[in-house]
Design a protein around this ligand. Structure first.
Ligand SMILES: [Zn+2]
Length: 371
């Protein structure tokens, strides 16, 4: 699935209609959760069927497209099955018992209830919610109209701090003819540099992440100084939400471009399988921001690897920073030691560079046809 996103332009009445559709989605989802709580042994199909009954009982629910109603019930089922999975796998900590949602910000249509115009500039929602015809504002080079409508499997309207957006999920096996470069690289992700490759090249942490971090901290402080339920508080909260959004977009852009450049220039990529979730639990904002960037980077790396049909392999990070990449001798070092110095073979190398070489070697071991 590929996601194409556009900003939506409409009038206040249309935005109000979108809000109503979002509310109905939440209502149906919560009703489905309630039904599951009250009835033993209920399954996904039962929840889907309950949508029809809701439409009979509540006029406002009937106005939402029937597939969109089912998508709302599916959200409940997603929460329920996640809970079941956590219980089955004995995941430590909370199991995530499904809860009622109060902050829903999206509504999802599937293949009906909307119509895209051939020029790719307008979309009309045709169900009873009355959203009507909206203009699409997209990035250059983004051309949803080039895909057969059949391949658009999902249309989701999302509310963000700076307006309403529509996402088209396109089922398309995108493929790019990969031009072989003969390069095989390992990647070490770090705090000092965003990444270091086994060839000794580095990609710096983008400056905008650090600027954004300062800005976010300032806005947080401003928000906490305002009084509850005051106009200023609402204003400050909106500002903060917009700033978060901006960071998110810059991070996404950086992650995607960096990943694309690496995949285009290599035939084989190995990276560390860091447990991002564990790293994010950190009080320092700067670290959590780069953690999030790593997460997105890895997702894009895997994605472009598939598009180019080259292997992108995650290896366990154990000892990759400690071991000598030349002779394998284990050289213990703390986080502050930036240089690897081997007491056995005398190798002197940047710490991250040494790690990247180890990561590549580890991945190659698991792919004997490559080494
Ligand atoms: Zn050595």
């Amino acid at each position: 699935m590929m996601i194409y996103e556009y900003k939506l332009a409409g009038n206040q009445a249309q935005y109000a209609a979108i809000e109503e559709a979002i509310r109905v989605t939440q209502f149906i989802r919560n009703k489905a959760v309630r039904l599951w709580m009250d009835t033993r042994g209920i399954n996904r199909n039962d929840l889907q069927c309950s949508c029809a009954q809701l439409a009979k009982d509540y006029g406002f629910a009937a106005r939402l497209n029937s597939q969109a109603r089912q998508a709302a019930a599916d959200r409940a089922w997603a929460a329920i099955s996640r809970f079941y999975d956590n219980c089955k796998q004995h995941t430590p900590g909370k199991k995530g018992y499904p809860r009622f949602q109060h902050d829903n910000r999206s509504v999802e249509y599937k293949t009906t209830g909307w119509r895209l115009e051939a020029d790719g500039k307008h979309i009309t929602f045709t169900d009873g919610c009355g959203i009507g015809r909206l203009r699409l504002i997209g990035n250059k080079g983004q051309r949803i109209e080039e895909y057969p409508v059949k391949l658009i499997k999902r249309v989701r309207i999302v509310r963000r701090a700076d307006g309403y957006f529509v996402q088209f999920a396109v089922q398309a096996e995108r493929h790019i003819e990969h031009l072989s470069t003969g390069k095989q690289i390992g990647i070490d992700l770090g705090l000092k540099e965003f990444l270091t490759t086994s060839e000794g090249e580095t990609v710096a942490n983008p400056r905008h992440l650090r600027t954004a971090e300062k800005r976010l901290k300032r806005l947080h402080r401003r928000l906490s100084r305002t009084q509850k339920n005051s106009k200023n508080r609402t204003k400050a909260r909106k500002k903060l939400a917009k700033a978060h959004l901006k960071v998110q977009r810059q991070r996404e852009d950086f992650a995607r471009k960096t990943a694309n450049a690496l995949v285009t220039s290599s035939d084989f990529i190995a990276f560390e399988n860091l447990k991002i979730r564990n790293l994010v639990r950190n009080r320092h904002l700067s670290k959590s921001i780069s953690d999030a960037a790593w997460g997105r980077f890895r997702t894009w790396l895997t994605y472009y690897g598939q598009v180019h049909d080259i292997p992108v392999i995650a290896v366990e990070p154990a000892f990759t920073t400690q071991d000598c990449s030349a002779c394998g001798h284990r050289v213990k070092k703390s986080l502050s030691v930036r240089t690897h110095m081997c007491s056995r073979c005398g190798l002197v190398m940047d710490r991250d560079h040494n790690a990247a070489v180890n990561i590549l070697a580890k991945a190659l071991v698991s792919c004997p046809e490559r080494s």
